[in-house]
Structures are given as structure tokens and as C-alpha cells.
Design a binder for this molecule. Structure first.
Ligand code: NAD
Ligand code: UDP
Ligand code: UDP
Length: 335
């Protein structure tokens, strides 16, 4: 494990450090699902100024509408594969499509976003002396042969498969983070995020939780992809945001797993959604996609020890918290 080196000499461009006590924070991908919840939390602190840079590929201004026009908030339409010149103290670098159907849609763009996008944000962090946090993913473990997955596990990733643009892209992004840290003394933080769910998930993103909730609300069968015994561990978004902020504010570079260790098969998830949202809905088994990891569960010992963090919201309590938001967006009121 690497310890954080002393920060580089602050650049004179980092005006906010000299002329005001506010913390200026850049959130890339801040118009997305996790990013917009992170922005909500950061904006609660009156000392924070938040700049969001997003190209709206999978995110939306709607997720940030309550902040648009706020004096401490700024929204920039920007693609992170292009250089960005702003003066900030911290960078939460989230920009990247997270759902398999979106990241497979234009895989070359996904790699560019992960590699060139992260390089640009590191170049920015280097120029202004900012601390930068990358939202990496449990996908760096691939189809894991070690269970649950500790951060020390190097993973089992297919380098040429249809998921590789995302998995390998994030692996290179992590490498870049550590090389900038070792070579240039940049202060880095790496979170390995496990499946996260909550309000504002994209309804059409094909992810299992958003699919099942939307299907249950529309009275459509819940589509369990075969075999249905594959597992995932689902973290509610408020717990995730809490973990990310603790990691940014703490002294450890990571990588640190942030996720909920409660592990469920897709059949169990379907049965839980059925019970909680629509007991009459049918469950059907459909074809799966290639390279689907068979199991996934975070070992969160490090997050507990180093960040004093563990998730608070159980799946059974979190799923109903999404229902209102989904009903509103699907325009299907509760009967
Ligand atoms: P999301 O798709 O809702 O948000 C991603 C945001 O990034 C969107 O607003 C999108 O428009 C923006 N974006 C994409 N490419 C961009 C580019 N080239 N330039 C600028 N903006 C760009 O996804 P999310 O679930 O909020 O995920 C956020 C981060 O967390 C991602 O880095 C993702 O890899 C990571 N993550 C998420 C999960 C999860 O379960 N949701 C799991 C592991 C890791
Ligand atoms: N970069 C950026 N904003 C900045 C500084 C740099 O987007 O404020 C980009 C820059 O365009 C380059 C990348 O970050 O593509 C890496 O920058 P660095 O200075 O590390 O490397 P170099 O420019 O020497 O390749
Ligand atoms: N899945 C499913 N039904 C769906 C969508 C997904 O059973 O309608 C399964 C999928 O095969 C995978 C798991 O749910 O095993 C999680 O898929 P998701 O796309 O949500 O996330 P990821 O694979 O990135 O963890």
C-alpha cells in the first residue's frame, strides 16, 4: 500500500486557496446518477463551491435542476476527453458511462473517456495542485476467482471481451492515477465502487435494479438473466456518497472498496422486488450477455478500518426508497 506523499507546491493559479476560504470542487460526471447525489451533499456545505463538467451522454441537467442558478454552483457542458482549464482544490472524477448497455454502445469512446479523460483530469490536478478521486469499479476484479474481493486481488479480466472497454479502461485509469502520484506527487484517492442503486438511476440503462423496479411498476415480467444464480452486492446511493467523501477527506490513497457486502442472487433480488413493489408480477428467465461475472461481493475491511465507513441501508429498506422517483418519471401512480 502506498502512503500519500507531501502535496506539490501549490500553484499560484489556485486562487481560492489564497483569497478565500471556500473549497472549490470539480465533479466530472456530476449530472449522472451518483454524481448528482454527490453534488447535493457537497452543496449542503456552505464553504463548498461546486463545478460540474459533464457531456450529458448518460446524465441530465434535470438531476441538478435544484442547483442551477445557485451562486456556489456552476454547470459546464464539457467532454473530459478534451483538456479542461479550471482552478479547483479537489476533483471528484466520475465521468464515464457505468451501465453495460451504455458503455458497450461506443466502446472506443468509453476507453477514451477512461484513459484520455483521466489523463486530462490528472494533468489538471498537477497544474493546480488539486487532490483527485477516481471512481473506479468492482469490474477491475473481472469474473473474480477470489470471493469476497479484497483490494489486494488483481482480478480476472478478459482483455478482449465486450466489457473490456470499461474494465480495462478503469484499470488503466487506476494505473495513471498511481503513476501521477509516484512521478508527480499528485494527491490521489481511488474508490472501487460496487453496484449502486437509488433514485435518479437511468430508467433505460438496462441495469438489474432499475430494470426490475421499472418492470414491477409497469406490471411487466421481471427479466432474470440466466442462470439467475449469479450474485451482486447492492449499495444504496447515500451510503456510497458518504464513503466517497470520507475517502476524499481522509489520508489514504486507496484503492478502497466501497460497497454493501450484502450478497444476493438475481433470483433473490427479483423475489424481493416482487414482494416489496408488486406481488402480482411474474418473474421470467431470459438470455444473458457474454462475460457476465458470476459473483461479486466487496471485502470492506479496509473501508471500515481506514475510513470508519460501512453502509447503513439494507437492500430491503433501499428498494422502496426508489419507488416514488421511478413512479413519477414513468408517470404510473401507486394504485
Ligand atoms: P452515470 O452514467 O449516471 O453517470 C456518469 C456521468 O458521466 C453522466 O452524467 C455522463 O453524462 C457523464 N459522462 C460520460 N462520459 C463523459 C465524458 N466523456 N465527458 C464528460 N462527461 C461524461 O453513472 P453513475 O452510475 O453515476 O457512475 C458514476 C461513476 O461511478 C462512473 O465513473 C462509474 O464508472 C462509477 N461506478 C458506478 C457504479 C454503479 O453501480 N452505478 C459501479 C461502479 C463504478
Ligand atoms: N490538462 C488539462 N487541464 C490542465 C492541465 C492539463 O486538461 O489544466 C491536460 C493536458 O491537455 C494533457 C493532460 O492533461 O493532455 C496531461 O497533462 P500533463 O501536464 O501531465 O502532460 P503533458 O501536457 O506534458 O502531456
Ligand atoms: N441482470 C438481470 N436482469 C436484467 C438486467 C441484468 O438478471 O434485466 C443481471 C445481469 O446478468 C448481471 C446482474 O443482473 O448478472 C447485474 O447486472 P447490471 O447490468 O445491473 O450490472 P453489472 O453486470 O455491471 O454488475
Amino acid at each position: 500500500q502506498t502512503t500519500t506523499k507531501p502535496p506539490p507546491t501549490p500553484s499560484p493559479l489556485r486562487f481560492s486557496k489564497f483569497f478565500q476560504s471556500n473549497m472549490r470542487i470539480l465533479v466530472t460526471g456530476g449530472a449522472g446518477f451518483i454524481g448528482s447525489h454527490l453534488v447535493d451533499r457537497l452543496m449542503e456545505n456552505e464553504k463548498n463551491e461546486v463545478i460540474v463538467a459533464d457531456n450529458y451522454f448518460t446524465g441530465s441537467k434535470d438531476n441538478l435542476r435544484k442547483w442551477i442558478g445557485h451562486p456556489r454552483f456552476e454547470l459546464i457542458r464539457h467532454d473530459v476527453t478534451e483538456p479542461l482549464l479550471v482552478e479547483v482544490d479537489q476533483i471528484y472524477h466520475l465521468a464515464c458511462p457505468a451501465s453495460p448497455i451504455f458503455y458497450k454502445y461506443n466502446p472506443v469512446k468509453t476507453i477514451k473517456t477512461n484513459v484520455i479523460g483521466t489523463l486530462n483530469m490528472l494533468g489538471l490536478a498537477k497544474r493546480v495542485g488539486a487532490r483527485i478521486l477516481l471512481t473506479s469499479t468492482s469490474e477491475v476484479y473481472g469474473d473474480p476467482l477470489v470471493h469476497p474481493q479484497p483490494e489486494t486481488y488483481w482480478g480476472n479480466v478478459n482483455p478482449i471481451g465486450v466489457r473490456s472497454c470499461y474494465d480495462e479502461g478503469k484499470r488503466v485509469a487506476e494505473t495513471l492515477m498511481f503513476d501521477y502520484h509516484r512521478q508527480h506527487g499528485i494527491e490521489i484517492r481511488i474508490a472501487r465502487i460496487f453496484n449502486t442503486y437509488g433514485p435518479r438511476m437511468n430508467i433505460d440503462d438496462g441495469r438489474v435494479v432499475s430494470n426490475f423496479i421499472a418492470q414491477a411498476i409497469r406490471d411487466e415480467p421481471l427479466t432474470v438473466q440466466a442462470p439467475g444464480t449469479q450474485t451482486r452486492s447492492f449499495c444504496y446511493v447515500s451510503d456510497m456518497v458518504d464513503g466517497l467523501i470520507r475517502l476524499m477527506e481522509g489520508e489514504n490513497t486507496g484503492p478502497i472498496n466501497i460497497g454493501n457486502p450484502g450478497e444476493f442472487t438475481m433470483i433473490e433480488l427479483a423475489e424481493t422486488v416482487k414482494e416489496l413493489i408488486n406481488p402480482k408480477v411474474e418473474i421470467k428467465v431470459v438470455d444473458n450477455t457474454p462475460d457476465d461475472p458470476r459473483q461479486r461481493k466487496p471485502d470492506i475491511t479496509k473501508a471500515k478500518e481506514l475510513l470508519g465507513w460501512e453502509p447503513k441501508i439494507k437492500l430491503r429498506d433501499g428498494l422502496p426508497l426508489m419507488e416514488d422517483d421511478f413512479r413519477q418519471r414513468l408517470a404510473v401512480p401507486k394504485k
